[in-house]
Design a protein around this ligand. Structure first.
Ligand code: UGA
Length: 438
């Protein structure tokens, strides 16, 4: 099928490549010329394992092309996926949906009456209805719009797009359902559950999924707060409750909490939307989910101070800046926030990350970025593991013991081999548990 993918950020670029990979003829649309040049040269422009290789492959196969504006080429597409961003509005918890409205305004002049418009962006429930209204003001037929939320995770984005655990489509016509069944035919025939709902449900499914995931993480982190003052161990607790299938052991890792471009902004946007709809109380707990999450970052600073006293004049190494491993995304990253909080408290802060240092350097020149991992330990008074990259999990504590000036490590993700670090002479502290043998 000939399709367009509008907006080539994280979601759109991955979706465009995935759609080409399953055999569709894909035209990617992006207004940012720099991004377009990068995509045309086979680089997605962000770190995502396997994506650039697949992009190069699809460009070479001729199934994927990129352009900045609609024309007769995009006019003949049967389906238009809209994948533009919906960031948090400045000074408010709500989502900024203006890029969606711009996208439909740009699309209207070339939109064919037999083409389907499919929103994929994460939106406040009710947005699709407003977009349809906007579109219908601009065309002289009944525009067809559907919603198909995306559940991909950074770090495994392409794999998640090609083999999703479910496809959800919100439709209000048989035509829309048939077109979506056609575009996803290969996935449906390989057994991916295909869930057809009304449009508001499909919009809300995405907000609900992210709110649930955030709640799970903050739930275990709230238990961590209790564990820290009662001598209990939140990691052991997570394992114990996780064996109950009704609870499940996934997304119960306690530590410095969640970040990124999705979970934090999506719980805030859901709260804002519920308030607009007059049912703010229904999700008022999400404000506490947010607070529990932010308190974990402050806890790390408290641990540093309890060991080092005032932080001014102290040198702190933060391992990791990305919000999670296998990503260079530093949006709302707990690791980066900890680095900034330590800096604000007066410490000299060194940051190491395998891939995200260029972004840190340009946004936060006050932090000292060191590329070489071994060098980063030089003369530091404390090490904070804040993002669980493989190279940090597998660090040989002995090899850096003589490089630091004080052997103190805070395991913000509960991933280190405590015994090995203690044997190398380090005092090990962690979130959600008291470490014996220091
Ligand atoms: C999240 C959702 O998992 C995806 O399903 C969704 O499609 C995506 O948002 C989106 O809305 O686009 P992502 O932001 O890539 O995906 O990251 P996650 O894997 O969900 O991790 C989020 C944060 O939670 C990370 O900072 C991670 O370190 C943290 N986390 C995760 C924990 O602190 N504990 C856990 O047990 C799991």
């Amino acid at each position: 099928m000939k399709i367009t993918v509008i907006g080539l950020g994280y979601l759109g670029a991955t979706h465009a490549v995935a759609m080409a990979k399953i055999g569709h003829q894909v035209i990617g649309l992006e207004t940012n010329e720099e991004k377009l040049d990068s995509l045309r040269s086979g680089k997605a422009g962000f770190y995502e394992p396997g994506l650039d290789e697949a992009l190069v492959e699809q460009l070479a196969a001729g199934r994927l092309t990129f352009q900045s504006k609609h024309d007769e080429n995009t006019a003949s597409a049967e389906l238009h996926f809209i994948c533009v961003g919906t960031p948090q509005n400045k000074g408010s918890d709500s989502a900024n949906t203006s890029y969606l409205f711009s996208a439909v305004r740009d699309l209207a002049p070339i939109l064919h009456k037999d083409a389907l418009v499919v929103g994929k962006s994460t939106v406040p429930v009710g947005t699709a209805a407003l977009l349809t209204e906007e579109l219908n003001k601009l065309v002289d037929f009944d525009a067809q719009l559907a919603w198909n939320p995306e559940f991909l995770r950074e770090g495994t984005a392409l794999e998640d797009s090609l083999k999703p655990d479910r496809l959800v489509v919100g439709v209000n016509s048989q035509f829309a359902e048939a077109k979506l069944r056609e575009v996803f035919a290969s996935m449906i025939s390989s057994g991916v559950p295909f869930i057809v709902t009304d449009i508001p449900t499909a919009e809300l499914v995405k907000s609900a999924a992210n709110a649930f995931l955030a709640t799970k993480i903050s739930f275990i982190n709230s238990m961590a707060e209790i564990a820290e003052v009662s001598g209990a161990n939140a990691s052991a607790l997570a394992e114990a409750i996780g064996y109950d299938e009704r609870i499940g052991n996934k997304f119960l890792r306690n530590g410095v909490g969640f970040g990124g471009g999705c979970l934090p902004k999506d719980i805030r946007a859901l709260t804002a939307r519920a308030e607009e709809l007059g049912v703010g109380q229904a999700v008022s707990y999400l404000k506490e989910i947010d607070q529990v999450n932010l308190r974990r970052r402050v806890r790390v600073i408290a641990l540093l101070k309890s060991e080092l006293g005032e932080l001014s004049g102290k040198k702190v190494l933060v391992l990791g800046a990305a919000f999670k491993p296998d990503s260079d995304d530093i949006r709302d990253s707990p690791a980066l926030d900890i680095a900034l909080l330590a800096k604000k408290a007066g410490a000299e802060v060194i940051v190491h990350d395998p891939v995200s240092l260029p972004g840190v350097r340009s946004k936060h020149p006050e932090l000292i970025c060191v590329e070489d991992l071994h060098e980063a330990f030089s003369g530091v008074d404390a090490v904070v593991l804040a993002t669980e990259w493989k190279q940090y999990r597998e660090l040989d504590a002995k090899s850096i013991a003589d490089t630091v000036s004080n052997r103190l490590v805070i395991d913000g993700r509960n991933v280190l081999n405590v015994k090995a670090w203690q044997q190398a002479g380090f005092k090990v502290l962690a979130l959600g548990r008291t470490i014996e043998g220091n």
